[in-house]
Design a protein around this ligand. Structure first.
Ligand code: NDP
Length: 332
């Protein structure tokens, strides 16, 4: 049993009808009664954390709450499962940071079935550079490959390319030899996207809404991280037989499309969820990210922040102004 009973957490609570986050001191007994107690050294910032921190009830129903859908650190004690005290571990998704206190606290207590042993060669910081966003990018690539996507088929387009999911997707695809077209609203990030592996960077106007039901097919395959009307427009520009993996909704949850891309060009729309999928599937993609899908440019450019910087970093997400990977280091 650990002798620590107090720890720090960045806690969101209702204040004057709004929501605000600040550092609080909690007791281990405040954590839910689960099987594995983990000392969290690092977490990762995600769009969903920004939603939770701003009081979005679709993500977090009850406050006060500690966000952080990703966490990495060391097992302190485990009453079930294969892990034991001292094992390095990472947790992403399921209910972590939603309605179970998450990685923005120095400790979490979670079910054993949520815990992934740290992939060999990684430490907690490396795992959190990727975090849920990296896992999601890996799952999108995996889905495209499972549909037979190959570099020889032509260009693969990635929307929201400067974001946390998009940037990792660009780098993995580039390293796999794909001709990657990055679509980004941030002209100033064009060079970074090329460094990640994009051969071309286009503005968001590439997917401006049109009234046309179909457009000239330009891209062999795509990864869409934004949803809404840009996804509908991407689907109109995919060559016969090509696929789009979709995972996000920053441009809106609605998808207004026709069946034409599906019935005239045989296109496939592939949904990607990184949260509730079986642990074994997560583990497989973590293994690839720590191996042949590693993203050295992303790893080298990640930014570390402390709990005191969370407010600013999370609001940038909500404004669509976030870029690259941000790691929360509890020692800062
Ligand atoms: P980020 O905020 O890091 O990136 C999103 C990017 O989308 C922005 O950087 C921006 O890129 C672009 N963007 C923002 N607003 C708009 C807009 N209104 N219209 C078009 N493009 C826009 O978020 P993440 O990469 O972490 O997440 C992306 C999406 O994926 C989110 O919706 C998130 O909830 C979802 N997600 C889903 C998961 C799943 O399991 N299905 C897991 C993880 C994330 P640029 O300026 O380059 O265009």
């Amino acid at each position: 049993m650990t002798e620590t009973t107090e720890f720090k957490a960045w806690r969101v609570e209702e204040v004057d009808g709004g929501y605000a986050g600040s550092e609080k001191t909690l007791q281990l007994s405040d954590l839910p009664d689960n099987e594995v107690l983990i000392k969290v050294t690092h977490s990762s910032l995600n769009y969903k954390d920004a939603l939770s921190a701003s009081g979005n009830k679709g993500v977090t129903r009850e406050f006060p709450h500690t966000p952080g859908i990703d966490a990495a650190g060391e097992v302190v004690e485990a009453s079930a499962g294969p892990l034991k005290a001292g094992d390095p571990v990472l947790v992403t998704g399921y209910d972590l940071g939603m309605n179970t206190d998450g990685g923005f606290g120095e400790y979490i207590r979670v079910p054993a079935a949520w815990c992934v042993p740290m992939p060999s060669g990684w430490n907690a910081r490396t795992a959190m550079i990727y975090g849920t966003a990296g896992l999601t990018a890996g799952l999108c690539v995996k889905k495209l490959l499972s549909m037979g996507a190959e570099p020889e088929q032509g260009k693969v387009v990635v929307s929201g390319a400067s974001g946390a999911v998009g940037s990792v997707a660009v780098e993995i695809l580039g390293r796999l030899g794909f001709d990657v077209v990055a679509v980004s609203g941030k002209a100033e990030h064009a060079e970074n996207l090329k460094e990640l592996g994009a051969s071309e960077v286009l503005g968001r106007d590439t997917f401006d809404a049109t009234k046309k039901p179909m457009l000239k097919p330009i891209f062999a395959n795509g990864i869409d991280t934004v949803g809404g009307s840009p996804l509908a427009e991407m689907l109109k520009q995919i060559i016969p037989g090509g696929s789009v993996a979709c995972c996000g909704l920053v441009a809106g949850p609605q998808l207004e499309t026709t069946v034409l891309p599906f019935i005239l060009r045989g296109n496939n729309l592939l949904g990607v969820d990184s949260v509730e999928i079986p642990l074994a599937e997560k583990q497989l993609v973590w293994g690839r990210l720590a191996g042949d899908w590693a993203c050295p440019v992303t790893e080298a450019s990640a930014r570390d922040i402390g709990r005191g910087d969370l407010d600013d970093a999370l609001s940038a997400f909500l404004k669509g102004m976030s870029s690259g990977k941000i790691v929360l280091d509890h020692s800062l």
